[in-house]
Structure formats: structure tokens, C-alpha cells
Design a protein around this ligand. Structure first.
Ligand code: ADE
Length: 276
């Protein structure tokens, strides 16, 4: 995977992405990371990249020329998918990270000041991404977040292939709690089931904990997870879901979800009947 990052602070990006797992991915050739400074593509003596906004107002706006020159030099025929990191972008999700991690070639634009001249975005940018509803001083940290999240999903980057199979957001659930030695610490013990060696029971306990935690912290996510189930889901799977929900006192959620779905389906059928 090849990623170009355009920024006013290449050292910040290189520094942030030159440790631990990402460093190993670079060393092993799984990631080719190139950073570029917009200032190296300016044509004025002072290497200015910004100017005052038309219409007035505080702050400075990134000019078209250095960004355009950088892009034309790095990717003259627009082969890469060009992403602009901005709080105005669509919020990043694990699903989007997964899809983007399958790209061969990405170019990430980091903004500073009051952002880019809109014509850069309209002409060159394929996608605008935000990492959350808060404002950073620039797009660099956001770009690093995106790169880190994508690279760890590349085959061979994480030690064990399974280590990102069961984790938060995969399957629209938060991760279950984990424990390691010692078995008892300051009177706090590891849940018995995890010591039982019964893998079916352990899986059910973990799934129940995921349902419970997601219900408490991210009910929106749990709704998406439950939407995978329907009356057509194999009985054995529905039975397991019901059992795990019941284990954490949430059985009513399934009945509610299925009855909402059934009534929606009913309405749709009635509508169709009327139009026939
Ligand atoms: N630049 C500044 N804030 C940002 C955010 N929240 N997401 C992406 N890029 C940004």
C-alpha cells in the first residue's frame, strides 16, 4: 500500500508514524509512506502557502497553487484516491477504514489555518474525512489516525491474524472485557467462566458482555448489530442471541427489534397491495 501525505509539517507526520507496528509495516515493505511539504511546491520567494480569505474574516486560507503543484508532481494523472482531512468531512468509521485499507494508493491532504480554497476541494479531492466532532489545529493528527487504523488491518501487519477479528466496532459491537494473570488481584477475581475451558460457554459470555457494553455505551451501534437479525435468521443463531441478551437482562430488546421490523414489513406489504 502506498500513501502520500501532503502537509506543512512532514516531520510531525513522519515522527508519529515511525514507531512500533507502523514502523515494522514500513520496514517490511507493506507500507510505502511518502511525506511532502506544500512549501516545496511554492513559486514565491517567501514560500508562502496561504492568504487572507475573500470576503474578510479571521485566519488564512491555503492557496490553490502549492497544493495543485504538489499534486501534479506526485500524482500527475490522479491515479490515487485523494482524501482531504477536515472536520467538515464525513465521520470516519471502522467500516470505511476497512474499505480504504484495501486501496493500493492513497494521497492524504492535511489542511492548516482556515482550510483550503474550495476550488482545490472541488477540483482534486475525492473524499473529505473527519475523525470526530472536534477541531484540531491541523489535519496531521487526523491523517495519522487514518493511516494507523488502516495499516493495522493489512494482512501480516498484526502478529496474529485473529487479533482484529474480535474487537470493538467489528460486527457493530464494542469489545468484551479481557483478563490476564493473576487470577485474583486485591480481592478482584477473573470471571469463573473464563477459567472453565468450555469454549462455547466462553464465547457466549463474551458475546453477552459485548451486547451489554454496547447497549450501555453505544445504543446506536447495538441497533445496527441487531438489525442483522430477522425472522429469517437460522433458529440456532436467534436462540443464541436471545440467550446472551437474557444473560445480561436485555432479552426485551430482541422482541422489540423484531416486532418493529415485522410491523414495518407489514406496512410495506399493505402498501404494495394497495398499489396493485
Ligand atoms: N482537521 C482539524 N480537525 C479535524 C478533524 N476533526 N478531523 C479531520 N481533520 C481535521
Amino acid at each position: 500500500m502506498k500513501i502520500n501525505i501532503l502537509t506543512l509539517f512532514p516531520e510531525m507526520v513522519k515522527g508519529g508514524l515511525s514507531q512500533s507496528i507502523i514502523k515494522r509495516a514500513i520496514d517490511e515493505g507493506r507500507l510505502q509512506l511518502n511525506t511532502y511539504n506544500y512549501r516545496d511546491f511554492t513559486h514565491n520567494k517567501r514560500r508562502d502557502v496561504d492568504d487572507a480569505p475573500y470576503g474578510g474574516g479571521a485566519g488564512l486560507v491555503m492557496q490553490i497553487e502549492p497544493v495543485k503543484s504538489a499534486l501534479l508532481s506526485i500524482d500527475p494523472t490522479h491515479q490515487s484516491h485523494i482524501i482531504y482531512m477536515t472536520p467538515k468531512g464525513k465521520q470516519l468509521t471502522q467500516k470505511r477504514v476497512r474499505t480504504l485499507s484495501e486501496s493500493e494508493h492513497l494521497t492524504i491532504l492535511c489542511g492548516h489555518y482556515e482550510g483550503f480554497d474550495q476550488r482545490i476541494i472541488d477540483t482534486y479531492v475525492d473524499e473529505e474525512i473527519s475523525i470526530g466532532d472536534y477541531i484540531l489545529t491541523g489535519g496531521e493528527l487526523a491523517a495519522m489516525v487514518l493511516v494507523d487504523a488502516m495499516v493495522r488491518l493489512k494482512p501480516g501487519v498484526l502478529g496474529k491474524a485473529a487479533s482484529h477479528q474480535v474487537e470493538s466496532f467489528e460486527d457493530d459491537l464494542l469489545e468484551y472485557p479481557q483478563y490476564t494473570r493473576p487470577e485474583c488481584y486485591g480481592g478482584l477475581t477473573v470471571p469463573e467462566v473464563l477459567l472453565s475451558g468450555n469454549h462455547a460457554e466462553i464465547d457466549d459470555w463474551r458475546y453477552a458482555k459485548q451486547l451489554e457494553l454496547t447497549y450501555r455505551r453505544r445504543p446506536d451501534l447495538l441497533r445496527t448489530h441487531l438489525a442483522q437479525y430477522s425472522v429469517k435468521t437460522p433458529k440456532v443463531q436467534l436462540r443464541r442471541l436471545r440467550k446472551c441478551l437474557a444473560a445480561v437482562g436485555l432479552e426485551r430488546l430482541l422482541s422489540a427489534e423484531l416486532s418493529v421490523r415485522a410491523s414495518r414489513q407489514n406496512k410495506r406489504l399493505q402498501k404494495r397491495k394497495k398499489t396493485l
